[in-house]
Design a protein around this ligand. Structure first.
Ligand SMILES: [Zn+2]
Length: 332
């Protein structure tokens, strides 16, 4: 029997899988010249906006965002027809896309000292988007969140989408917890959207809000943003276009500084540990860093109370990228 065609097909299949695997899990351990870099990249039939450029072991890469879906990816420049632009030019060029609409919407909600940016989606169906913050902490990851959502949703939604706001310091402190999360993702049990939550996440117990967190005098926003992205890439995580302000604290100037990096601030309308009740379309906030077990308990109770609806697919977890994108459908 001639097994050649079969072997050939198998080789193609394995190569394809290997390509996808390296794409999903690449660790860029020797990043150099990581910088903001804006423009238009076209690979038929899709347009992408370029956000960053860097080199790793002599090769050049872009961080790109699909302005329709808010998906990001890392890719080599050679695949694209490219036009370089300033951030202002790129934002005008992509003006009518969901991504740019989300940035503008966030800028309109930038005045309050707390909870600026996008805090909920449209309640077109019942369910929520779950965000869990990983601020610096000496406590281990609160794994119940992930094992419980997997158990509740495995028959109706797999992988279950969850968004994690991660700090540079947490990644450095918790390599094993990070590995555990990546394993869950590799097994398609959960899908994680990684939100930038700053590198250092400084907080003062005494300073007023207007001089606290990233509003602390002397804060280097370029470092807080770009070093966190670099640490994500080094650890094999894909940066998204989302940012969560530490303490949810910012002012208008800081929001505009952030959107100048192409990042969308994500607030919350349901911080569970503060007693805020989630509604349909809510962006729910809990802490996954072990510092706020009360919020995690409330979330688990919420899951249990929705068990019947979850089984009937009447209460779901939504991908943050879709939540933010949907909000602007049909609007200008
Ligand atoms: Zn935090």
């Amino acid at each position: 029997m001639n097994t050649k065609p079969l072997k050939y097909l198998l080789t193609i299949f394995i190569l394809t899988c290997a390509h996808q695997l390296t794409n999903a899990q690449a660790n860029y351990r020797k990043i150099e010249n990581y910088k903001t870099f804006y423009g238009w990249a076209h690979h038929y039939p899709q347009d992408w906006m370029i956000l960053r450029q860097f080199e790793n072991e002599g090769k050049s890469y872009y961080l790109l965002v699909n302005p329709q879906t808010l998906e990001t990816k890392i890719d080599e420049p050679d695949f694209y027809q490219v036009k370089l632009m300033s951030i202002a030019e790129a934002r005008t060029f992509f003006k009518n896309t969901p991504y740019q609409k989300a940035l503008r919407r966030a800028e309109k909600q930038s005045i309050a000292l707390q909870d600026a940016g996008i805090e909920s989606g449209i309640p077109k169906e019942t369910g929520i988007s779950l965000t869990a913050d990983l601020c610096p902490s000496h406590r281990p990851l609160d794994k119940r969140i992930f094992t419980d959502i997997f158990t509740e949703f495995q028959k109706v939604e797999r992988p279950v989408p969850v968004a994690l706001s991660v700090t540079g310091v947490w990644m450095r402190q918790h390599p094993q917890d990070l590995e555990w999360l990546k394993q869950m993702q590799a097994k398609h049990e959960i899908y994680i959207t990684w939100i930038n939550h700053s590198f250092n996440h400084h907080v003062s117990l005494k300073a007023p809000l207007k001089e606290n967190f990233l509003l602390e005098p002397g804060t280097d926003m370029n470092y807080e943003i770009l070093e966190t992205e670099k640490a994500m890439l080094k650890n094999g995580l894909l940066p998204s276009v989302f940012f969560r302000f530490p303490g949810l604290v910012s002012d208008q100037q800081l929001v505009y500084k952030l959107t100048d990096y192409g990042l969308i601030p994500i607030g919350t309308d349901a911080w569970l540990a503060k007693g805020q009740q989630p509604q349909s379309g809510s962006i729910v906030l809990i802490h996954g860093n072990g510092n706020e077990p009360v919020g995690v308990n409330d979330f688990i109770k919420l899951l249990q109370s929705k068990a019947g609806s979850i089984a009937k697919k009447q209460w779901l977890l939504y991908d943050l990228r879709e939540t933010v994108e949907d909000e602007f459908e049909g609007s200008n």
